[in-house]
Design a protein around this ligand. Structure first.
Ligand code: SF4
Ligand code: SF4
Length: 328
């Protein structure tokens, strides 16, 4: 596999330079969604509107028509419906005046089939020929890590598909193999499991994170269909196929918890600037390598999940994780 260039810069202005070195000719006269998680109320660790402005201005310089975009969430939150998310976005500073383009929240999608899994890609992403995916690098309690693949795989699809990606990794239990040791119970962040004389799950509470499957040394649990990491990679692939996509990962405020958590938790390591490239797997792999270089294994230690699984599954689907870093 040949390597792709991932540009690294310490300053937001360097993103402009990096984008100018990539081929953005297809942006001309096109509507270009800038996919961004605009932050859960209570968690201040999202990418700032000032950084969005830099990306928006660079897209305009390339002749494109940018708009800032995200989808409503599937869990109970002010962001679970369009008007509520618009209010949150405005409170977090994502106004047309500040970011220099319209702020659009999507609720509906178009069904595509990727790797035999039906996925509803948000209309605005489905319709686009090109896109910029702007992602905050941080931990994630269920996926181990959140970067470009997670931003698209969960954030680029409808509520129904978000639920589907989670439900595919719910556990299936084999009573013949279960020793009722109870190891899976404390591994569950959702308190969905009980073990006494028998093993029980509350499937309404289970979020399909897969931690119980990883905790069971007896082999009594397996994923109903696939791991969350694989589901995220498939969903991300459904969002980007047949498009020119540029990825910008922000390695600032690298928190323990995802932007969708009301609390960021601990900051896990120092800020390390921005990464810009044309492959989600490469930009995510470079993000993980940079984090590991200053805080080895910190995401895995914080979450109990291997953050590189997402990248490995994305590579199996055709993405490229081989990269060479170039400073700008
Ligand atoms: S960890 Fe595995 S063997 Fe132990 S109780 Fe849970 S399912 Fe059964
Ligand atoms: S998949 Fe996650 S949320 Fe569901 S029971 Fe297992 S540990 Fe709990």
């Amino acid at each position: 596999m040949t390597s792709t260039t991932v540009y690294t810069t310490q300053h937001a202005e360097g993103i402009t330079l990096a984008l100018s070195m990539l081929d953005t000719s297809s942006f001309a006269r096109q509507a270009v969604p800038v996919k961004l998680h605009m932050g859960e109320p209570g968690n201040p660790c999202f990418v700032s509107p000032a950084v969005v402005r830099v990306v928006v201005d660079a897209i305009r310089m390339a002749g494109g028509h940018p708009f800032l975009f995200d989808t409503v969430v599937a869990y109970p939150s002010e962001r679970s419906h369009r008007r509520g998310y618009e209010r949150v976005a405005a409170r977090h500073g994502f106004t047309k005046n500040a970011v220099g383009c319209a702020v659009v929240i999507g609720e509906r999608g178009i069904r595509v089939v990727q790797s035999d899994v039906p996925i509803e890609v948000a209309n605005q992403i489905y319709d686009a020929n090109c896109m910029v995916v702007l992602s905050h690098v941080k931990g994630h309690i269920q996926a181990g890590f959140g970067g470009a693949i997670k931003n698209l795989g969960m954030g680029g699809v409808t509520k129904a598909s978000k639920r589907r990606v989670h439900s595919m990794s719910m556990p299936l239990h084999d009573a013949d193999l279960c020793t009722r040791c109870g190891l899976c119970v404390p591994a569950c962040p959702s308190y969905a499991l009980e073990v006494d004389s028998e093993w029980r799950i509350d499937r309404r509470t289970c979020e399909g994170c897969g931690k119980c499957v990883l905790a069971c040394v007896a082999g009594a649990l397996r994923f109903e269909h696939m791991s969350l990491a694989q589901g995220l990679a498939i969903s991300a692939m459904a969002c980007v196929r047949n498009k020119q996509v540029i990825y910008v990962n922000s390695l600032h405020h690298i928190a323990e918890n995802c932007d969708c958590d009301p609390s960021p938790g601990r900051i896990l390591c120092q800020d390390m600037g921005y990464l810009v490239g044309t492959d989600a797997a490469a930009v995510d792999a470079a993000s993980l390598d940079l984090v590991d270089s200053v805080a080895p294994g910190v995401f895995r230690n914080a979450t109990g999940v291997d953050p590189r699984d997402q990248v490995a599954h994305a590579v199996a689907l055709g993405m490229n994780h081989c990269y060479s870093l170039r400073s700008v």
